[in-house]
Design a protein around this ligand. Structure first.
Ligand code: SAH
Ligand code: F3S
Length: 471
């Protein structure tokens, strides 16, 4: 009889990079003989993949880890809190077995094995600056998802004054364009229809194998060329998206790529953070409101059907009511179809520590609610315009695990739920008529199946809804 496989459960907090890292940790642990289970209860190994962008993420880790304290499980803390805190985590929570940073995930199976054998707790949080490694998708037969993340770069050199990411993810490192293109091609051959290119400032990409001219404009990257190469060299790819770009690298050449490449999604998430120049300057965002507006207006002119979403921080140190009103006016002016809104949260190792966190909590909350009201109204109005429209959907998976309906996305990234039918399933491309608008999604009826579901494509359980305001 084969030995019982050990059970592994992964709990993921935070951004798309963490979702991607979690998927890769699952692959590594599956290859090492573990069975991945959805529930923490009964798991032999639990991995908490953490986020430290806001203080709340750290609180979540503490409460989740606390619950596992007495259990007879191997507890692994991965992600940005692991990188940020390292040894200090073991001091406050000695029952943690392994602390592993984002650049050390390949060592995970060996570290877990040592813990299972009763070894002491270990901490591995070393950046791979000299020889960066990029986690890639498993393209074993039957492993391809309808939609897949592909890493383009990691780390961040921007140092926005509020942000801990440059500290937790290290300096920018780029992946050779040839490797990125090869991964996309392999995914497409495996049945993947959509690729989402990932990076902290994904559009700052520079091919490390290509020498750069000394007089290069620092805002110009090789990201537009990368998009063109993927479009040309992976012609079977149905859709191409990327996240998250920085506005300063939204240059004329990237705008031209959007005009030329039909494969590019007609939705772009472009974090703006604030509508006030005074605040943008203190945030060290390196653009003004007018520059941001000019750049996204050019993008829209290149692709008139394009929709935009954004990230906003309220209550940054020194933000007055007038500054905040400028943010509201920008949200209205640019008609973002959705946004993520955050209350400023003091983070260790950030330049903004020098500034006084002077906007009272109650005021932050009321600004967030005011932002929420404006953005929800815009989301509702936008979704309402789609009722009665015919849209092309890429079916990703069941609406929820076990649900009878399927969930797909339009080219502009709206979520549409449809009933099942012949050929409808993960990886299918269908034409649907939108029947109803919900708060953050649409319901539709399938009219025809353009590309039937492929049996070898895995459902994508990546339910990151259209961005909404969160506290
Ligand atoms: N470039 C990254 C940004 C990571 S942080 C990306 O790929 O998404 C994601 C968002 O969290 C930021 O855009 C910002 O709006 C918010 N954020 C970051 N630090 C924050 C802080 N200290 N307080 C509140 N919100 C923060
Ligand atoms: Fe953070 Fe700014 Fe980089 S938000 S990830 S420092 S672009």
């Amino acid at each position: 009889m084969p030995a019982m496989k050990k059970k592994l459960c992964l709990v993921t907090f935070g951004c798309q990079m963490n979702v991607h890292d979690s998927q890769r940790m699952e692959d590594l642990m599956r290859d090492a003989g573990y069975e991945v289970v959805p529930e923490v209860e009964g798991a032999d190994v639990v991995i908490l993949n953490t986020c430290s962008v806001r203080e709340k993420g750290e609180q979540k880790l503490r409460s989740e880890a606390g619950k596992l304290k007495k259990a007879d499980t191997v507890l692994v803390v991965a992600g940005c809190v692991a990188q940020q805190e390292g040894e200090a985590l073991l001091k406050s929570m000695p029952f943690i077995d392994v602390v592993v940073g984002p650049d050390n995930l390949q060592e995970l199976p060996a570290l877990v094995r040592e813990a299972e054998l009763g070894g002491p707790s270990t901490v591995r949080t070393v950046f791979d600056v000299d020889a960066p490694h990029f986690l890639t998708n498993s393209v074993a037969p039957g492993a391809a998802g309808a939609s897949a993340y592909v890493t383009v770069m990691k780390g961040c050199d921007e140092r926005c004054s509020f942000c801990v990411v440059p500290y937790t993810r290290g300096p920018e490192r780029y992946r050779p364009a040839d490797d990125i293109v090869a991964e996309v091609r392999a995914l497409v051959e495996g049945g993947t229809r959509e690729v989402v290119l990932l990076g902290q400032t994904v559009n700052s990409f520079l091919d490390p194998t290509v020498a750069l001219p000394a007089d290069r404009d620092p805002d110009e990257s090789q990201f537009p060329e990368l998009l063109r190469r993927i479009a040309a060299e992976a012609p079977g790819l149905d859709r191409l998206r990327y996240t998250s770009p920085h506005p300063r690298h939204l240059t004329a050449s990237l705008v031209r790529a959007h005009a030329d490449l039909a494969v590019l999604s007609t939705h772009v998430h472009m974090p703006v953070q604030s509508g006030s120049d005074r605040v943008l300057k203190r945030m060290i965002r390196r653009y003004t409101r007018a520059e941001y507006v000019r750049r996204v207006t050019a993008l829209r002119a290149a692709r008139p059907e394009l929709t935009l979403s954004t990230d906003i921080i309220v209550g940054f140190p020194g933000e007055t009511r007038d500054d905040f009103d400028l943010t509201l006016s920008l949200v209205r002016e640019l008609q973002f179809v959705s946004l993520y809104g955050f209350k400023y949260s003091v983070r260790p190792h950030t330049p903004a520590l020098k500034l006084d966190d002077d906007v009272p909590e109650g005021e932050k909350q009321s600004r967030l609610l005011a932002l929420f009201e404006v953005s929800e109204a815009q989301t509702r109005a936008h979704l309402a315009t789609l009722v009665g429209a015919r849209v092309e959907l890429l079916i990703e998976g069941p609406s929820r695990p076990g649900a009878a309906t399927w969930s797909g996305r339009t080219r502009a990234n709206e979520i549409v739920h449809v009933a099942g039918g012949e050929g409808v399933g993960p990886g299918a491309v269908v034409v649907a008529e939108v029947a109803r608008a919900n708060k953050h999604s649409l319901e539709g009826r399938v009219e025809s199946v353009r590309i039937p579901a492929a049996t070898r494509v895995q459902p994508t359980f990546r339910r990151i809804a259209l961005p909404v305001v969160t506290a």
